[in-house]
Design a protein around this ligand. Structure first.
Ligand code: AMP
Length: 430
Protein backbone atom coordinates (compact mmCIF):
# COMPACT_ATOMS: atom_id res chain seq x y z
CA UNK A 1 0.00 0.00 0.00
CA UNK A 2 1.19 3.45 -0.84
CA UNK A 3 0.19 6.46 1.10
CA UNK A 4 -0.28 9.55 -0.99
CA UNK A 5 0.29 12.63 1.06
CA UNK A 6 0.64 15.91 -0.69
CA UNK A 7 2.12 19.08 0.57
CA UNK A 8 0.43 22.40 0.14
CA UNK A 9 2.46 23.50 -2.83
CA UNK A 10 1.61 20.40 -4.77
CA UNK A 11 -2.04 20.77 -3.74
CA UNK A 12 -2.10 24.33 -5.06
CA UNK A 13 -0.50 23.55 -8.36
CA UNK A 14 -2.76 20.54 -8.84
CA UNK A 15 -5.78 22.81 -8.51
CA UNK A 16 -5.04 24.26 -11.92
CA UNK A 17 -5.22 20.87 -13.58
CA UNK A 18 -7.87 20.18 -16.18
CA UNK A 19 -9.71 16.94 -16.97
CA UNK A 20 -7.58 16.73 -20.10
CA UNK A 21 -4.41 16.89 -17.98
CA UNK A 22 -5.75 14.00 -15.94
CA UNK A 23 -6.10 11.86 -19.07
CA UNK A 24 -9.86 12.04 -19.60
CA UNK A 25 -10.81 11.45 -23.24
CA UNK A 26 -12.51 13.94 -25.51
CA UNK A 27 -15.85 12.06 -25.49
CA UNK A 28 -16.11 12.13 -21.72
CA UNK A 29 -14.86 15.71 -21.57
CA UNK A 30 -17.84 16.71 -23.71
CA UNK A 31 -20.23 15.22 -21.12
CA UNK A 32 -18.28 16.86 -18.31
CA UNK A 33 -18.67 20.18 -20.06
CA UNK A 34 -22.39 19.59 -20.56
CA UNK A 35 -22.66 18.93 -16.82
CA UNK A 36 -20.98 22.26 -16.16
CA UNK A 37 -17.99 20.79 -14.33
CA UNK A 38 -15.23 23.27 -15.08
CA UNK A 39 -12.32 21.89 -13.12
CA UNK A 40 -11.77 18.55 -11.43
CA UNK A 41 -12.35 18.37 -7.68
CA UNK A 42 -9.40 17.42 -5.42
CA UNK A 43 -10.48 13.78 -5.12
CA UNK A 44 -10.82 13.59 -8.91
CA UNK A 45 -7.33 15.06 -9.36
CA UNK A 46 -5.91 12.51 -6.96
CA UNK A 47 -7.84 9.48 -8.20
CA UNK A 48 -8.30 9.68 -11.96
CA UNK A 49 -4.70 9.25 -13.23
CA UNK A 50 -4.10 6.36 -10.82
CA UNK A 51 -7.37 4.63 -11.59
CA UNK A 52 -6.85 5.08 -15.35
CA UNK A 53 -3.70 3.01 -15.09
CA UNK A 54 -5.72 0.16 -13.62
CA UNK A 55 -4.21 0.48 -10.16
CA UNK A 56 -6.40 -0.29 -7.15
CA UNK A 57 -7.57 2.68 -5.18
CA UNK A 58 -8.85 3.41 -1.69
CA UNK A 59 -10.50 6.82 -1.50
CA UNK A 60 -11.45 8.54 1.72
CA UNK A 61 -14.10 10.96 0.56
CA UNK A 62 -17.59 11.96 1.45
CA UNK A 63 -20.49 12.25 -0.92
CA UNK A 64 -20.43 15.80 -2.24
CA UNK A 65 -16.72 15.80 -3.02
CA UNK A 66 -17.16 14.56 -6.59
CA UNK A 67 -16.14 11.00 -5.76
CA UNK A 68 -18.54 9.45 -8.26
CA UNK A 69 -16.67 11.18 -11.08
CA UNK A 70 -13.42 10.14 -9.43
CA UNK A 71 -14.16 6.46 -9.86
CA UNK A 72 -16.60 6.46 -12.77
CA UNK A 73 -14.61 8.52 -15.29
CA UNK A 74 -11.61 6.15 -15.26
CA UNK A 75 -13.93 3.13 -15.14
CA UNK A 76 -15.72 4.35 -18.26
CA UNK A 77 -12.43 5.01 -20.03
CA UNK A 78 -11.38 1.41 -19.52
CA UNK A 79 -14.55 -0.16 -20.96
CA UNK A 80 -14.26 -2.14 -24.19
CA UNK A 81 -17.52 -2.30 -26.12
CA UNK A 82 -18.86 -5.73 -26.93
CA UNK A 83 -17.66 -7.36 -23.74
CA UNK A 84 -20.81 -6.93 -21.65
CA UNK A 85 -20.73 -6.08 -17.95
CA UNK A 86 -17.35 -4.62 -17.01
CA UNK A 87 -17.97 -2.17 -14.18
CA UNK A 88 -19.82 -3.17 -11.03
CA UNK A 89 -20.52 -0.61 -8.31
CA UNK A 90 -22.04 -1.72 -5.01
CA UNK A 91 -23.81 0.96 -2.96
CA UNK A 92 -25.50 0.86 0.44
CA UNK A 93 -28.85 2.40 -0.53
CA UNK A 94 -31.24 2.34 -3.43
CA UNK A 95 -31.08 6.10 -3.69
CA UNK A 96 -27.30 6.05 -4.01
CA UNK A 97 -27.36 3.20 -6.54
CA UNK A 98 -29.82 5.20 -8.63
CA UNK A 99 -27.80 8.39 -8.22
CA UNK A 100 -24.56 6.74 -9.31
CA UNK A 101 -26.37 5.21 -12.28
CA UNK A 102 -27.81 8.61 -13.27
CA UNK A 103 -24.36 10.20 -12.99
CA UNK A 104 -22.88 7.39 -15.08
CA UNK A 105 -25.47 7.87 -17.80
CA UNK A 106 -24.75 11.60 -17.87
CA UNK A 107 -21.00 11.03 -18.08
CA UNK A 108 -21.32 8.30 -20.72
CA UNK A 109 -23.69 10.30 -22.91
CA UNK A 110 -21.28 10.67 -25.80
CA UNK A 111 -20.40 6.97 -25.78
CA UNK A 112 -22.29 3.73 -26.41
CA UNK A 113 -21.85 2.60 -22.81
CA UNK A 114 -25.10 1.56 -21.11
CA UNK A 115 -25.69 1.69 -17.37
CA UNK A 116 -28.44 0.23 -15.20
CA UNK A 117 -29.21 0.22 -11.52
CA UNK A 118 -30.28 -2.86 -9.60
CA UNK A 119 -31.99 -2.69 -6.24
CA UNK A 120 -34.93 -4.16 -4.36
CA UNK A 121 -38.41 -2.73 -4.05
CA UNK A 122 -38.90 -2.35 -7.80
CA UNK A 123 -39.84 -4.76 -10.59
CA UNK A 124 -37.37 -7.27 -12.01
CA UNK A 125 -38.01 -6.74 -15.71
CA UNK A 126 -35.78 -3.75 -16.57
CA UNK A 127 -33.02 -5.26 -14.44
CA UNK A 128 -33.28 -8.60 -16.22
CA UNK A 129 -33.11 -6.85 -19.58
CA UNK A 130 -29.99 -4.92 -18.57
CA UNK A 131 -28.31 -8.12 -17.34
CA UNK A 132 -29.32 -10.13 -20.38
CA UNK A 133 -28.19 -7.47 -22.82
CA UNK A 134 -24.88 -7.08 -21.00
CA UNK A 135 -25.06 -3.43 -19.99
CA UNK A 136 -21.48 -2.35 -19.38
CA UNK A 137 -22.07 -0.68 -16.00
CA UNK A 138 -24.27 -1.91 -13.16
CA UNK A 139 -24.77 0.06 -9.94
CA UNK A 140 -26.46 -2.07 -7.32
CA UNK A 141 -27.38 -2.62 -3.73
CA UNK A 142 -25.93 -5.91 -2.49
CA UNK A 143 -29.17 -7.78 -1.64
CA UNK A 144 -30.93 -7.66 -5.00
CA UNK A 145 -27.67 -8.08 -6.87
CA UNK A 146 -26.89 -11.31 -4.99
CA UNK A 147 -30.42 -12.45 -5.70
CA UNK A 148 -29.78 -12.14 -9.46
CA UNK A 149 -26.34 -13.66 -9.05
CA UNK A 150 -27.75 -16.66 -7.18
CA UNK A 151 -30.19 -17.29 -10.01
CA UNK A 152 -27.37 -17.33 -12.53
CA UNK A 153 -28.52 -14.18 -14.27
CA UNK A 154 -25.29 -12.22 -14.04
CA UNK A 155 -22.21 -12.78 -16.13
CA UNK A 156 -19.27 -11.44 -14.12
CA UNK A 157 -16.45 -12.92 -16.18
CA UNK A 158 -15.56 -9.65 -17.92
CA UNK A 159 -15.82 -7.39 -14.88
CA UNK A 160 -12.61 -5.35 -14.89
CA UNK A 161 -13.55 -2.78 -12.29
CA UNK A 162 -15.27 -3.37 -8.99
CA UNK A 163 -16.22 -0.35 -6.87
CA UNK A 164 -17.40 -0.47 -3.28
CA UNK A 165 -19.01 2.89 -2.62
CA UNK A 166 -19.58 4.24 0.89
CA UNK A 167 -17.94 1.17 2.37
CA UNK A 168 -18.32 2.43 5.93
CA UNK A 169 -22.07 2.65 5.56
CA UNK A 170 -22.17 -0.77 3.86
CA UNK A 171 -20.54 -2.36 6.88
CA UNK A 172 -22.72 -0.35 9.28
CA UNK A 173 -25.76 -1.70 7.50
CA UNK A 174 -24.54 -5.27 7.90
CA UNK A 175 -23.75 -5.89 4.24
CA UNK A 176 -20.44 -7.64 4.87
CA UNK A 177 -21.75 -11.17 4.05
CA UNK A 178 -23.33 -9.94 0.82
CA UNK A 179 -20.13 -8.11 -0.16
CA UNK A 180 -18.15 -11.29 0.49
CA UNK A 181 -20.71 -13.21 -1.56
CA UNK A 182 -20.19 -10.95 -4.55
CA UNK A 183 -16.41 -10.89 -4.14
CA UNK A 184 -16.27 -14.70 -4.31
CA UNK A 185 -17.83 -14.59 -7.77
CA UNK A 186 -15.73 -11.77 -9.23
CA UNK A 187 -12.74 -12.45 -11.49
CA UNK A 188 -9.50 -12.42 -9.49
CA UNK A 189 -7.77 -10.17 -11.95
CA UNK A 190 -9.62 -6.94 -11.68
CA UNK A 191 -9.29 -3.38 -10.52
CA UNK A 192 -10.87 -2.69 -7.14
CA UNK A 193 -11.75 0.75 -5.83
CA UNK A 194 -13.16 1.35 -2.39
CA UNK A 195 -14.58 4.69 -1.30
CA UNK A 196 -15.53 5.56 2.23
CA UNK A 197 -16.25 8.77 4.12
CA UNK A 198 -14.47 7.41 7.18
CA UNK A 199 -11.90 4.73 7.79
CA UNK A 200 -12.82 2.78 10.93
CA UNK A 201 -10.93 -0.49 11.56
CA UNK A 202 -13.50 -2.69 9.82
CA UNK A 203 -13.31 -0.68 6.61
CA UNK A 204 -9.52 -0.43 6.78
CA UNK A 205 -9.25 -4.21 7.09
CA UNK A 206 -11.68 -4.78 4.26
CA UNK A 207 -9.87 -2.26 2.05
CA UNK A 208 -6.50 -3.87 2.74
CA UNK A 209 -7.86 -7.32 2.02
CA UNK A 210 -9.78 -6.73 -1.18
CA UNK A 211 -7.33 -4.34 -2.86
CA UNK A 212 -3.81 -5.08 -4.05
CA UNK A 213 -1.00 -2.51 -3.97
CA UNK A 214 -3.66 0.17 -3.73
CA UNK A 215 -2.97 3.87 -3.75
CA UNK A 216 -4.77 5.58 -0.90
CA UNK A 217 -6.15 9.04 -1.54
CA UNK A 218 -8.03 11.39 0.72
CA UNK A 219 -10.34 14.24 -0.27
CA UNK A 220 -10.29 15.85 3.14
CA UNK A 221 -9.41 14.46 6.54
CA UNK A 222 -12.35 12.45 7.78
CA UNK A 223 -14.67 14.52 9.95
CA UNK A 224 -14.03 17.81 8.21
CA UNK A 225 -17.05 19.48 6.77
CA UNK A 226 -17.41 20.47 3.15
CA UNK A 227 -16.32 24.00 2.34
CA UNK A 228 -19.06 26.58 2.38
CA UNK A 229 -21.25 25.13 5.14
CA UNK A 230 -22.20 27.36 8.05
CA UNK A 231 -23.08 25.24 11.05
CA UNK A 232 -25.45 26.50 13.72
CA UNK A 233 -26.91 24.90 16.80
CA UNK A 234 -30.13 26.14 18.38
CA UNK A 235 -30.85 25.07 21.92
CA UNK A 236 -34.55 24.41 22.14
CA UNK A 237 -37.19 22.89 24.39
CA UNK A 238 -38.41 19.68 22.68
CA UNK A 239 -42.01 20.87 22.57
CA UNK A 240 -40.87 24.13 20.95
CA UNK A 241 -39.11 22.46 18.00
CA UNK A 242 -41.99 22.88 15.53
CA UNK A 243 -42.36 26.54 16.51
CA UNK A 244 -38.65 27.19 16.19
CA UNK A 245 -38.69 25.54 12.78
CA UNK A 246 -41.66 27.62 11.65
CA UNK A 247 -39.91 30.73 12.95
CA UNK A 248 -36.79 29.90 10.94
CA UNK A 249 -38.84 29.03 7.85
CA UNK A 250 -40.28 32.54 7.88
CA UNK A 251 -36.94 33.67 6.53
CA UNK A 252 -36.94 33.76 2.71
CA UNK A 253 -33.30 32.62 2.66
CA UNK A 254 -34.58 29.22 3.74
CA UNK A 255 -35.33 28.31 0.15
CA UNK A 256 -34.97 24.53 -0.06
CA UNK A 257 -34.87 22.81 3.29
CA UNK A 258 -33.98 19.22 4.06
CA UNK A 259 -34.97 18.16 7.57
CA UNK A 260 -33.76 14.98 9.23
CA UNK A 261 -35.83 13.41 11.98
CA UNK A 262 -34.81 10.43 14.07
CA UNK A 263 -37.98 8.40 13.44
CA UNK A 264 -40.35 7.73 10.56
CA UNK A 265 -43.32 8.67 12.75
CA UNK A 266 -41.53 11.92 13.61
CA UNK A 267 -41.06 12.65 9.90
CA UNK A 268 -44.75 12.03 9.18
CA UNK A 269 -45.88 14.13 12.14
CA UNK A 270 -43.67 17.02 11.13
CA UNK A 271 -44.85 16.86 7.53
CA UNK A 272 -48.46 16.95 8.73
CA UNK A 273 -47.74 19.99 10.89
CA UNK A 274 -45.94 21.85 8.11
CA UNK A 275 -48.75 20.99 5.67
CA UNK A 276 -51.25 22.47 8.14
CA UNK A 277 -49.18 25.64 8.25
CA UNK A 278 -49.34 25.87 4.44
CA UNK A 279 -45.69 24.94 3.86
CA UNK A 280 -45.33 22.56 0.94
CA UNK A 281 -43.60 19.47 2.31
CA UNK A 282 -42.80 15.89 1.35
CA UNK A 283 -41.65 13.04 3.58
CA UNK A 284 -39.06 10.39 2.73
CA UNK A 285 -38.53 7.23 4.75
CA UNK A 286 -38.40 3.49 4.35
CA UNK A 287 -42.05 2.84 5.24
CA UNK A 288 -43.04 4.54 2.00
CA UNK A 289 -43.25 2.57 -1.21
CA UNK A 290 -40.34 3.03 -3.60
CA UNK A 291 -42.55 4.89 -6.08
CA UNK A 292 -43.59 7.36 -3.39
CA UNK A 293 -40.02 7.84 -2.26
CA UNK A 294 -38.95 8.61 -5.80
CA UNK A 295 -41.89 10.99 -6.24
CA UNK A 296 -41.10 12.81 -2.98
CA UNK A 297 -37.47 13.22 -4.02
CA UNK A 298 -38.40 14.44 -7.47
CA UNK A 299 -40.88 17.00 -6.18
CA UNK A 300 -38.23 18.33 -3.81
CA UNK A 301 -35.49 18.34 -6.46
CA UNK A 302 -37.80 20.14 -8.88
CA UNK A 303 -38.60 22.66 -6.14
CA UNK A 304 -42.30 21.84 -6.25
CA UNK A 305 -42.10 21.53 -2.48
CA UNK A 306 -39.89 23.65 -0.27
CA UNK A 307 -39.30 21.14 2.50
CA UNK A 308 -38.35 17.48 2.56
CA UNK A 309 -38.55 15.70 5.90
CA UNK A 310 -36.47 12.54 5.88
CA UNK A 311 -35.05 9.87 8.10
CA UNK A 312 -31.44 8.79 7.68
CA UNK A 313 -32.35 6.84 4.59
CA UNK A 314 -31.80 10.06 2.66
CA UNK A 315 -28.58 11.20 4.19
CA UNK A 316 -26.33 9.50 1.70
CA UNK A 317 -26.64 9.48 -2.00
CA UNK A 318 -29.24 12.19 -1.96
CA UNK A 319 -27.86 14.56 -4.50
CA UNK A 320 -30.15 17.52 -4.91
CA UNK A 321 -28.76 20.81 -6.02
CA UNK A 322 -29.76 23.99 -4.31
CA UNK A 323 -30.49 22.73 -0.78
CA UNK A 324 -30.00 25.95 1.17
CA UNK A 325 -30.55 24.50 4.63
CA UNK A 326 -30.19 21.13 6.29
CA UNK A 327 -31.89 20.77 9.66
CA UNK A 328 -31.04 18.10 12.20
CA UNK A 329 -34.40 18.15 13.96
CA UNK A 330 -32.83 15.81 16.50
CA UNK A 331 -29.12 15.51 17.28
CA UNK A 332 -27.88 12.58 15.15
CA UNK A 333 -27.09 9.52 17.25
CA UNK A 334 -23.97 8.76 15.28
CA UNK A 335 -21.43 11.57 14.72
CA UNK A 336 -20.71 10.18 11.25
CA UNK A 337 -24.36 10.76 10.37
CA UNK A 338 -23.92 14.42 11.19
CA UNK A 339 -21.17 14.78 8.60
CA UNK A 340 -23.17 12.97 5.96
CA UNK A 341 -26.36 14.87 6.65
CA UNK A 342 -24.80 18.33 6.49
CA UNK A 343 -23.03 17.27 3.29
CA UNK A 344 -26.43 17.46 1.58
CA UNK A 345 -26.07 21.24 1.44
CA UNK A 346 -23.27 23.27 -0.14
CA UNK A 347 -22.85 20.66 -2.87
CA UNK A 348 -19.88 21.13 -5.15
CA UNK A 349 -18.79 24.60 -4.21
CA UNK A 350 -22.16 26.13 -3.34
CA UNK A 351 -22.86 27.56 0.10
CA UNK A 352 -25.36 26.33 2.63
CA UNK A 353 -26.34 26.25 6.26
CA UNK A 354 -26.64 23.25 8.55
CA UNK A 355 -28.80 23.75 11.61
CA UNK A 356 -29.03 21.38 14.56
CA UNK A 357 -31.78 21.50 17.18
CA UNK A 358 -30.33 20.72 20.57
CA UNK A 359 -32.68 19.71 23.39
CA UNK A 360 -31.31 19.40 26.90
CA UNK A 361 -31.81 15.63 26.76
CA UNK A 362 -29.45 15.48 23.77
CA UNK A 363 -26.54 17.25 25.44
CA UNK A 364 -24.67 13.98 25.97
CA UNK A 365 -25.01 13.05 22.29
CA UNK A 366 -24.03 16.59 21.35
CA UNK A 367 -20.86 16.47 23.45
CA UNK A 368 -19.93 13.23 21.78
CA UNK A 369 -20.68 14.78 18.37
CA UNK A 370 -18.45 17.82 18.83
CA UNK A 371 -15.71 15.60 20.20
CA UNK A 372 -15.85 13.30 17.19
CA UNK A 373 -16.05 15.96 14.52
CA UNK A 374 -13.25 17.80 16.29
CA UNK A 375 -14.53 21.31 15.93
CA UNK A 376 -16.68 23.86 17.70
CA UNK A 377 -20.25 24.46 16.63
CA UNK A 378 -21.73 27.86 17.10
CA UNK A 379 -24.58 27.72 19.62
CA UNK A 380 -27.55 30.08 19.44
CA UNK A 381 -29.96 30.75 22.25
CA UNK A 382 -33.21 32.39 21.15
CA UNK A 383 -35.04 33.43 24.30
CA UNK A 384 -38.46 32.27 23.09
CA UNK A 385 -37.31 28.72 22.36
CA UNK A 386 -34.19 28.10 24.46
CA UNK A 387 -34.40 25.14 26.84
CA UNK A 388 -32.68 27.09 29.58
CA UNK A 389 -35.51 29.61 29.32
CA UNK A 390 -33.25 32.59 29.94
CA UNK A 391 -32.33 35.09 27.29
CA UNK A 392 -28.69 34.71 26.41
CA UNK A 393 -26.30 35.96 23.85
CA UNK A 394 -24.96 33.78 21.08
CA UNK A 395 -22.42 31.59 22.73
CA UNK A 396 -19.42 29.69 21.52
CA UNK A 397 -19.64 25.96 21.68
CA UNK A 398 -18.20 23.08 23.54
CA UNK A 399 -14.56 22.31 24.11
CA UNK A 400 -13.39 19.79 21.56
CA UNK A 401 -10.27 17.65 21.52
CA UNK A 402 -8.28 19.85 23.81
CA UNK A 403 -9.30 23.07 22.16
CA UNK A 404 -10.49 25.87 24.36
CA UNK A 405 -14.13 26.76 24.34
CA UNK A 406 -14.88 29.93 22.43
CA UNK A 407 -17.41 30.79 25.08
CA UNK A 408 -17.64 34.57 25.36
CA UNK A 409 -17.46 36.32 28.66
CA UNK A 410 -20.70 37.14 30.42
CA UNK A 411 -21.96 33.56 30.32
CA UNK A 412 -21.01 32.82 33.90
CA UNK A 413 -17.92 31.00 34.95
CA UNK A 414 -18.72 27.75 33.19
CA UNK A 415 -20.23 26.86 29.85
CA UNK A 416 -23.06 24.31 29.97
CA UNK A 417 -20.79 21.65 28.59
CA UNK A 418 -18.37 21.99 31.47
CA UNK A 419 -21.02 20.68 33.83
CA UNK A 420 -21.55 17.05 34.59
CA UNK A 421 -24.78 15.53 33.28
CA UNK A 422 -26.15 15.45 36.83
CA UNK A 423 -25.34 19.12 37.38
CA UNK A 424 -26.95 19.97 34.08
CA UNK A 425 -30.08 17.99 34.79
CA UNK A 426 -30.33 19.69 38.14
CA UNK A 427 -29.77 23.11 36.64
CA UNK A 428 -32.28 22.62 33.88
CA UNK A 429 -34.73 20.66 36.05
CA UNK A 430 -35.26 18.61 32.97
P1 AMP B 1 -20.53 13.18 -5.56
O1 AMP B 1 -19.57 13.44 -4.45
O2 AMP B 1 -20.02 12.27 -6.58
O3 AMP B 1 -21.90 12.77 -5.03
O4 AMP B 1 -20.76 14.58 -6.33
C1 AMP B 1 -21.42 15.66 -5.74
C2 AMP B 1 -21.92 16.66 -6.75
O5 AMP B 1 -20.84 17.35 -7.33
C3 AMP B 1 -22.72 16.08 -7.90
O6 AMP B 1 -23.85 16.90 -8.09
C4 AMP B 1 -21.79 16.17 -9.08
O7 AMP B 1 -22.52 16.36 -10.28
C5 AMP B 1 -20.97 17.38 -8.75
N1 AMP B 1 -19.59 17.36 -9.29
C6 AMP B 1 -18.78 16.31 -9.36
N2 AMP B 1 -17.59 16.67 -9.89
C7 AMP B 1 -17.66 17.98 -10.15
C8 AMP B 1 -16.76 18.94 -10.69
N3 AMP B 1 -15.53 18.60 -11.07
N4 AMP B 1 -17.17 20.22 -10.80
C9 AMP B 1 -18.41 20.57 -10.40
N5 AMP B 1 -19.32 19.72 -9.90
C10 AMP B 1 -18.95 18.45 -9.75
Amino acid sequence: MEDETEDETKEQSSEQQTFEDLGVSRALRASIEALGWEVPTPIQIKSIPTALSGTDLVGIAQTGTGKTGAFMLPSLERIEMGKGLQVLVLCPTRELAQQVCDDTEALAKGTRVRAASIYGGVGYDPQLTALKEGFEVITATPGRFLDHLGRGRVDLKNVRTFVLDEADRMLDMGFRPQIEGVLRELPRTRQTMLFSATMPHGVHDLASRITKDAVWVEAAPSGTKAEGITELVYSVKPEMKPDLLLHLLESPEWEQVLIFTRTKAGADALKARLDREGIRTEALHSNLRMANRTKALERFAQKKVRVLVATDIAQRGLDVEGISHVVNYDVPKDPEDYTHRIGRTARAGAIGTAVTFLAAADLGAFKSLTYHIGRDLERIHLPDFDYAGTPQAVSGASPTRGRHSRSPTGMGSRDADDLTDEELADLLKY
